[in-house]
Ligand binder design. Structure first.
Ligand SMILES: *Cc1c(COP(=O)(O)O)cnc(C)c1O
Length: 438
């Protein structure tokens, strides 16, 4: 039996494990993207990860382009990270009192990210984004938060708003359980739409606490901001006294050691971090201008707390990860390898006449099945999700584990070899050739 009509491989153990999980866990998973719902199938269950590979419980090996949806830039079970975590946990795993590890990781983050002068650790990217907008509101004394359709900031009530394509509409929640009141002060705009942004600031600039965005978007597939859009964001927020908040939970320490903002040369007021910063453990962080961060309790009045915040094992894993990224930077190699994947996929799709777009920044990339350039959520929605599902499973059957949705970025992993890149391109050519014939 196969996990999907698109797959020709049998994975009986994963099928059984998923059936069992569905009795005890809603939908069988603890985060919906893991369920493979978007590609018409059911998930593989992981037995272990090592370096660039995942092994499922049916004994199949996959080259991992998900990396736990971002954190595992060094690959799985990196020896330096394992060592740091094990050494730390032997001395106790949580104290509810400060440790020096927290200051060490904070100093590394401040050193790495150009705009961050102070930082507070939390336990997830969601918590980082949630705390960042509370701080923006508390610090400015204003209520409105601006976000962009297709950007994901975790499952924060106030940010769980999808786009109306109509301009300047106030947000409508996109999950039951989020009351309209929770999103009443959230305004959703189109990504890369500079005019819409300027119009909103002209009308309501003095009510806007902050503007939050993914500086390079990974969560509608990879979407790149235009230079004008970024410049206007900085100019308008500064002019109107609103805070510019970059959500770098995905891009931080990924696009460069200092994240998207270092790569692009931008200076937001605040930044949300997560994923890589915890080296595979639950960590998030929000940081920024010292005067803003000093509004956080107990330095200031804006409340935010956490029993496991700054957890020593997670801090140690984060320190080891950042240390490795700083002393042995993978970024130039990741750029070269990802550029090869991009070129390989593009030339295959072109020669086979398959409509496609490839968006890429460094090691983050998405192969979209559409002929329309993808610059925002509306254009992302022009993709052929059926074709993507078929491509996804053809790649799975060839041992290449891509994100199970068109609206996600793939991550080239720091542990991948040049031979791995060749295998990936060969598998893609084979898969696209099969698709072109059907
Ligand atoms: C993953 C992600 C989040 C949420 O982080 P969690 O740790 O899953 O809560 C927020 N923002 C962005 C840009 C992300 O990619």
């Amino acid at each position: 039996m196969s996990l999907s009509p698109w797959s020709s491989r049998s994975r009986p153990n994963s099928l059984a494990a998923f059936a069992r999980a569905q009795h005890a866990i809603p939908g069988g998973v603890n985060s919906p993207a893991r369920a493979f719902g978007a590609v018409g199938g059911t998930p593989i269950f992981i037995a272990k990860g090592a370096g660039q590979y995942l092994y499922d419980i049916d004994g199949l090996r996959y080259l991992d382009f998900i990396g736990s949806w971002g954190p595992m830039i060094l690959g799985h079970a990196h020896p330096a990270v394992v060592k740091a975590a094990v050494e730390t946990l032997q001395n106790g795993t949580s104290f509810g009192a400060p440790t020096e590890l927290e200051s060490r990781l904070a100093e590394m983050v401040i050193d790495a990210v150009p705009s961050i002068e102070m930082v507070r650790f939390v336990s997830s990217g969601t918590e980082a984004a949630m705390s960042a907008i509370r701080l923006a509101r508390g610090h400015t004394g204003r209520n409105i938060i601006v976000k962009f359709a297709g950007c994901y900031h975790g499952h924060v009530d106030a940010l769980l708003v999808s786009a109306g394509s109509s301009a300047l509409t106030l947000g409508v929640p996109n999950s039951p359980g989020v009351p309209a009141g929770a999103t009443r002060d959230t305004v959703v705009l189109r990504y890369n739409d500079t005019q819409q942004l300027a119009d909103l600031f002209a009308a309501r600039g003095d009510e806007i606490a902050g503007v939050m965005l993914e500086a390079v978007v990974g969560n509608m597939g990879l979407v790149v901001p235009t230079p004008e859009f970024r410049q206007e964001l900085r100019r308008l927020t500064h002019h109107h006294g609103a805070l510019l908040i970059y959500d770098e939970v995905m891009t931080g320490f990924r696009l460069s050691y200092g994240g998207a903002q270092e790569l692009l040369g931008d200076l937001p007021d605040m930044t949300a971090l997560g994923k890589i910063i915890g080296g595979g453990y639950p960590v998030g962080a929000y940081g920024g201008r010292a005067d803003v961060m000093k509004s956080v309790m107990p330095a200031g009045p804006v409340f935010q707390a956490g029993t496991l915040s700054g957890n020593p094992v997670a801090m140690a894993a984060g320190i080891a990860t950042l240390n490795e990224l700083k002393t042995n930077p993978p970024y130039a190699r990741l750029e070269a390898q990802s550029a090869r994947i991009e070129a390989g996929l593009r030339s295959a799709a072109q020669s086979l006449g398959i409509p496609h777009q490839i968006n890429r920044v460094g090691s983050m990339w998405t192969f979209f099945f559409t002929g329309t350039p993808v610059t925002n959520l509306d254009t992302a929605k022009t993709v052929d999700t059926q074709r993507f599902a078929q491509f996804f499973w053809l790649m799975m059957d060839r041992g290449i584990y891509l994100p199970c949705s068109q609206f996600e970025a793939a991550f080239t992993g720091g542990a991948m070899t040049d031979a791995n890149i060749d295998e990936t391109i060969a598998a893609a050519i084979e898969s696209l050739t099969i698709m072109a014939k059907n």
